[in-house]
Design a protein around this ligand. Structure first.
Ligand SMILES: *Cc1c(COP(=O)(O)O)cnc(C)c1O
Length: 457
């Protein structure tokens, strides 16, 4: 067979855009542990989720049997505006590193929200609209999710209330204005608008907030309003399901040119881009069809997989959400104000937690200044200014490519470049001025936070 020449950027054609999401849980031999109702300690039901989540999303959340879930046409039409996204061969980076490795990145920063978050935002807004709701509430850390959801809500004519982690709100005023351009209502969290926000402010005066506490506020804002539901941009199984579009496209693009990945890498905040990217690769790994080395990369300041514990915990600081069994640092964990806001969450997707616990994937924690060094190196060579979150994956992809230089192995490395960093210039500035810290929590701090996880029978 004649070998097709592999283009610099692999674009799938529009007709190759996946028409169904892949639900990896259906293929897992050991399923992720069920969500529990905090009041009863029993597995939560669809009916119990419905006051918080949209009906169809509650159904998807609990579905661990259907392998493929069709993507509604309205969502496919929206996807067509910015998908399929390119899979880019990082030739210039390879050359500069002098590595025999082949490096590919899936670029998800190709839309106004600047990240992969739009893939799930549009799906969640669609199901809210379909149910006849007035609007949705949510939290945002770095601001990418809030932006993505604002875009999706304005597309479907829904109201959107965003609680933004206070340190990001102050660091990124332009993010807030993008959200308001799309008609969203943006409040810094913890705020004085909700009961839980007032409580957290009283307990931790001057706190710069956390995702866990913004989630509690958003849930309260949804459940105390008629016609509103809460939506979340990461961690949940439904989000990982929607993000499987990343992995399906990546796999299809590689398969089209007969390229086999050896190492698949993603940054991990709540686990949605990583879970989405690896889904089809992990499916093959579980069935024994092919083997892949899969690596989650997290910040050393919020080391959920590498230093957390695998147990049932609350998903939010205010303890109003269902309990999830996951790797966690404790729902009260307040990470140092690091500059990858999207990776500051205390827990991890229950699916990825289970896969990690079974040894099917690895995790690495990296220091902030090393991440920004990798970000800058990449920006100067590959022409994309990466989001600090994405740069975690770049850092480890570069580490692996350098290892190949030493061993002479020509491995194929694939990572997800989740987004662009134009709204992170204050952070880049701190790095350039040499005033960025590398705070790493002590064992005592983590143990203290973990001691407050719920005691279950
Ligand atoms: C939110 C975000 C992440 C982390 O979220 P996951 O759910 O772990 O994927 C990574 N990169 C960017 C650009 C983000 O906006």
């Amino acid at each position: 067979m004649e070998k097709k020449e592999i283009p610099y950027k692999i674009y799938l054609e529009e007709r190759e855009l996946p028409r169904a999401w892949y639900n990896l849980r259906a293929d897992m031999k050991k399923k992720p542990a069920p969500l529990l109702n905090p009041a009863t300690g029993k597995p939560i039901t669809e009916e119990e989720l419905e006051p918080i989540f949209c009906r169809e999303l509650a159904r998807q959340e609990l579905n661990d049997t259907d392998r493929f879930i069709p993507i509604p046409d309205e969502i496919v039409d929206f996807y067509k505006m910015y998908r399929p996204s390119p899979l880019v061969r990082a030739y210039c980076l390879e050359k500069k590193l002098g590595t025999p490795a082949k490096i590919y990145y899936k670029f998800e920063g190709n839309n106004t929200s600047g990240s992969h978050k739009l893939n799930s935002a549009i799906a969640q807004a669609y199901y809210a609209k379909e149910q006849g709701l007035v609007g949705v509430t949510t939290e945002t850390g770095a601001g990418q999710w809030g932006t993505a959801l604002s875009m999706a809500c304005s597309y479907f004519g829904l109201d959107c209330k965003v609680f933004m982690v206070k340190c990001s709100y102050e660091q990124k005023p332009h993010r807030r204005e993008v959200m308001r351009t799309y008609g969203a209502d943006v409040t810094p969290s913890p705020s004085l608008l909700t009961e839980v926000g007032r409580k957290i402010n009283a307990e931790f005066p001057g706190t710069t907030g956390s995702l866990g506490c913004a989630i509690s506020e958003a849930v309260e804002a949804a459940t105390t309003r008629e016609g509103y539901r809460y939506v979340l941009g990461s961690v949940l199984s439904q989000v990982m399901l929607h993000q499987s579009i990343i992995g399906l496209e990546t796999k299809a693009a590689l398969d089209k040119y007969g390229v086999k990945a050896d190492i698949v890498i993603g940054c991990a905040g709540g686990g949605s881009n990583l879970g989405g990217l690896i889904a089809p690769f992990m499916g093959e790994k579980i069935s024994g069809k092919a083997d892949y080395q899969i690596i989650a990369v997290e910040p050393a300041s919020c080391p959920t997989l590498t230093r957390g514990k695998y147990l049932y915990d609350f998903c939010d600081t205010g303890r109003v959400c269902p309990l999830a069994k996951m790797y966690t640092l404790g729902s009260g964990f307040m990470p140092a104000p690091n500059h990858a806001g999207g990776l500051r969450y205390h827990g991890m997707s229950s699916t990825l937690s289970e896969l990690y616990d079974e040894g099917l994937m690895e995790a690495r924690a990296v220091k902030q200044t090393d991440v920004f060094a990798a970000a800058e190196y990449f920006a100067r060579i590959e022409g994309i200014l990466p989001a600090p979150e994405s740069a975690h994956a770049i850092k480890v992809a570069m580490d692996e490519a350098i290892k190949c230089r030493e061993t002479g192995e020509a491995k194929t490395i694939v990572f997800c470049l989740t987004g662009t960093g134009y709204f992170d210039m204050v952070s880049y500035g701190k790095y350039h001025d040499g005033v960025m810290s590398d705070y790493v929590p002590t064992d005592d701090e983590i143990a203290a936070s973990l001691s407050k996880t719920p005691k279950l029978p």
